[in-house]
Design a protein around this ligand. Structure first.
Ligand code: CA
Length: 151
């Protein structure tokens, strides 16, 4: 199937995330880990994605991860992704993202930030001294920084 729509930068960002998720460094991540990562990146992996991964019973290697990521990207618009991500982090009933929710979201994809790094990120996203991130904050932050976060 090989969609090669990822730019070099997207590939390199995605590879970094893959390595973070592959904590035991055997070059493979589980399907569950991959699905969590994709969902948190705003994709809703569909049946075609599940079909692609059916034969990968021992895990997903980087090449497969990138292939399916490209497939996910082709299926979802930027705006849709932002909405999905916000909903996943804030919860279906939530209008804002709290510190704890952002922390949970990052740990879902096994991203470990130092306390200082986390607070810095949160404050940037919450737009200075707010205690919560609104959808508008979130959208504004990702419009400015999306290139680094979206892959
Ligand atoms: Ca692994």
């Amino acid at each position: 199937m090989a969609h090669s729509s990822l730019t070099e930068e997207q590939k390199s960002n995605a590879s970094s995330l893959f390595k973070m998720i592959d904590t035991d460094r055997d070059g493979l991540i589980t399907k569950e880990q991959a699905f969590q990562a994709w969902k948190l990146l705003g994709y809703e992996p569909n049946e075609q994605v599940s079909e692609e991964l059916k034969s990968n019973t021992y895990g997903i290697n980087l090449q497969k991860y990138l292939e399916v990521l490209a497939l996910c990207m082709n299926q979802t618009s930027f705006e849709d992704r932002i909405r999905h991500i916000f909903r996943i982090i804030a919860g279906t009933q939530g209008n804002t993202i709290s510190k704890r929710q952002l922390q949970n979201a990052l740990s879902m994809v096994t991203i470990d930030l130092t306390d200082d790094m986390f607070l810095d990120l949160f404050e940037q996203m919450a737009n200075d001294d707010d205690e919560e991130i609104t959808y508008e904050d979130f959208l504004a932050f990702l419009r400015q920084n999306g290139d680094y976060i979206f892959y």
